[in-house]
Design a protein around this ligand. Structure first.
Ligand SMILES: [Zn+2]
Ligand SMILES: [Zn+2]
Length: 121
């Protein structure tokens, strides 16, 4: 009677083989999707709790998803740092352009003055 209660407390069967046979020790739960599975049916991947809060084990499905998400976030971070260096280069370039433009303005004013002096007299 007590044993039967323990097995029904699993609340779910293995999501892989759809069987609920086996004792509780042979089952494990994915902390992300809360699915139960036989440890022998899934490649449960132990991951560090600091990577995802309070998660100790992920099923293969969740692990794939989390890995893909992490890779995506890494790519975004890389893109962001690339963008930062491009922005820095653009700023530098704009500064040079501004300096050249100012110099060009100076020259054109001098040319105007010189031309005015010539035609004025
Ligand atoms: Zn199973
Ligand atoms: Zn899962």
């Amino acid at each position: 009677m007590a044993e039967k209660h323990a097995i029904s407390a699993l609340s779910s069967s293995c999501y892989r083989c759809s069987s609920d046979s086996g004792d509780q020790a042979k089952f494990t739960k994915c902390c992300l999707c809360n699915r139960w599975a036989h440890t022998k049916c899934v490649n449960l991947v132990g991951i560090k709790s600091e990577n995802i809060c309070n998660v100790r084990y992920l099923c293969d499905v969740c692990f794939t998803e989390v890995s893909a998400l992490k890779k995506f976030i890494n790519d975004i971070e890389e893109f962001k740092s690339d963008l930062k260096s491009i922005t820095a280069k653009t700023d530098k370039m704009m500064e040079i352009v501004d300096n050249k433009m100012a110099r060009m303005e100076e020259i054109s004013i001098k040319v105007d003055e010189a031309t005015e002096g010539l035609t004025g007299h």
